[in-house]
Design a protein around this ligand. Structure first.
Ligand code: ADP
Ligand code: MG
Length: 228
């Protein structure tokens, strides 16, 4: 059987936390296959293990047991160097609180991703402009985060996440702090990126955003309870 189009394969993944003598099973026997080009919504209540799952899928955190195969590569075996290169090249992260640098303008926040590379300044600028145009935010190019609405800040964060053309976008409650109109805007934008750039998108959320997904995975208490 060909597994060529599997982007992420999580096999029997477990992760526990110990707190005040209690053991919390943040991930309990999680099995998950995500195909290239899918738009996956992972939905579940606060505390069910969504952020922990994204962290282990991207190698930011290691599971206690089980395996994560990311684009054909076993994350558990990779060195920290290799992992950070994999994240830099293949993953774009989007967070609930945007994580923009307040002292940088919109375009600088986006370009900053490329600063450690050997690209010429002009090329970096061109790519920054393209990314901001992709998220329809070019008019705010020289604005600082405080001068933008929440929805605009999140669009800026998405431009930053796509500037290096990642294979996968991992978004942790990307609309958690946004009003319904901005939420729709952000989810429509992620849909457009998924379709036009063929980027695999994984959104974790406590809200019901299943209408946006090609697949919805429900989680509760560290377990996957339903895939539809
Ligand atoms: P979600 O993102 O769905 O809200 P998390 O993955 O953040 O859930 O957390 C899952 C469970 O693990 C929760 O009970 C949380 O309190 C616990 N947890 C998460 N991170 C830690 C940590 N670093 N130390 C102890 N417990 C943690
Ligand atoms: Mg979380």
């Amino acid at each position: 059987m060909s597994e060529k189009n599997i982007m992420i394969d999580a096999i029997d993944v477990n992760k526990e936390y110990r707190r005040a003598g209690a053991i919390i099973r943040a991930l309990a026997d999680v099995n998950l296959k995500i195909k290239s080009g899918e738009f996956v919504i992972i939905q579940g209540p606060t505390g069910c293990g969504k952020s922990t799952l994204l962290n282990v899928l991207s190698g930011l955190d290691l599971p206690d047991s089980g395996r994560i195969i990311f684009d054909g590569e076993n994350i558990a075996r990779a060195t920290e160097d290799r992992l950070s290169r994999l994240r830099r090249q293949k993953i774009g992260f989007v967070f609930q609180d945007f994580n923009l640098v307040n002292t940088l303008t919109a375009i600088e926040n986006v370009e900053a991703v490329l600063w450690p590379t050997v690209l010429r300044q002009k090329e970096i600028e061109n790519r920054g402009i393209t990314a901001l145009r992709d998220v329809n935010l070019l008019a705010r190019k020289d604005h600082y985060p405080v001068q933008m609405s929440g929805g605009e800040q999140q669009r800026c964060a998405i431009a930053r996440a796509i500037i290096h053309r990642p294979r996968v976008i991992l978004a942790d409650e990307p609309s958690g702090d946004l009003d319904p109109t901005s939420e729709k805007e952000i989810m429509d934008l992620l849909t457009k990126i998924n379709k036009e750039m063929e980027t695999t998108v994984i959104v974790v959320t406590h809200r019901d955003l299943s209408k946006y997904g090609t697949k919805t995975i429900r989680m509760d208490n560290g377990r996957i309870t339903k895939i539809q």
